[in-house]
Design a protein around this ligand. Sequence first.
Ligand code: ACO
Length: 395
Amino acid sequence: MNGERCAQITGWGMAVPERVLTNAELAKVVDTTDEWIVSRTGIQQRHVVASEKESTATLATRAARTALRVADLAPTQLGLVIVATATPEYVFPATASLVQDALGAANAGAFDLSAGCTGFIYALSIASDIVRSGGAEHVLVIGAETLTRITDWTDRNTCVLFGDGAGAAVVSACAGRCGVQATVLGSDGSGGDVLILPAGGSHTPTSHETVSSGGHFIKMNGREVFRFATTIVPKATEAVVEKAGWQLAEVSLVIPHQANIRIIESAAKRLGLPLDKFFVNLERYGNTSAASIPIALCEAINMGQVKAGDKLVLVGFGAGLTWAAAAIEWGVPTPVKPQPWPRRWFANLRFALATVRSIVRRVERRVYNWAMGPVRKDDWRGRLRQRIDRWWGHG
Ligand code: ACO
């Protein structure tokens, strides 16, 4: 590669569950109204997981497959998969490992990243540094959440806010001055209790009591988060614009974390930017935490609001408390030409084969464990093992 090595987004994708939950439906289960939710937050509906088959990993995998198709990249070309999430599939294994397996990304490392709603920008920052330094050619960054699985549906302070979904971006090496120009990351752990899932961790392990007292649901001091967000979003935006060596007026589009329209309006006012420079889709998805920025980025691209040469700012805040911003000079022509059907077909075949490969490896592991498990010498498995050992010269 000639010239400076940069990291740019070459593929993008999003996935949301089919089930839409409207404000009117919510008003039937908690003491709220469509009018209150719309006027205080801007949210009109959200997508929610409605079946056991849908989870953070399945949404992440769907978004990632689309991103790989857009980037026209084989999963085996990925060097790393990062999933930013506050609602992982399990505490361990990492959701990223499950996604890596589902994609057939056989040459990729994988890890999860926890930074609340800010997670996607943290992951993007790490990915672009790794790509720029030559540690990998292609990194897959995903923000994925099923927040409604940790939502208390009797708490009107929180249940009206959140939705589920996933967004993914392929970050690839490129030559020249394009892609991620600067990032700023921040944290103030003294505000950890402002937005917290109190139980289930090392501090308060799961018990009958934590379950019955609702310790596994989101607890939030909404006013505190609001105050923090309205201050930090403009600050982080200004900081990243300065670090990139840009002027605020040059910014084509700001893609903020989609939590509350009033937070976005306040940031626009403090920055002296018109509101139409801010991409907003929270009315349809609610707050999808780490998924909100990549979903918004995807929609902004698909709606023709992002063109090659545009200067974008992604800015987020969330649990931690954390905040982050990224300045990106968009380098990929949009809209992307649809792939010819044989390539699409081949990409789908690769994903199908990844599923088969995963099943075969699981079966292989079971057969191995069964064959190598404890057996009596005189039963047929023991005799078979002795014979195999003799064949291999161990007997
Ligand atoms: N329906 C009707 N009334 C409600 C509801 C509701 N869903 N929720 C709260 N109220 C009531 C309150 O009880 C309160 O009543 P009171 O005055 O009688 O006590 C009144 O409405 C006003 O409550 P506030 O909390 O002051 O309402 P506010 O205007 O601050 O809006 C909100 C609340 C929407 C939560 C706002 O504070 C906010 O958006 N905060 C930021 C939240 C956020 O972004 N969280 C995500 C962070 S990112 C992450 O990591 C997940």
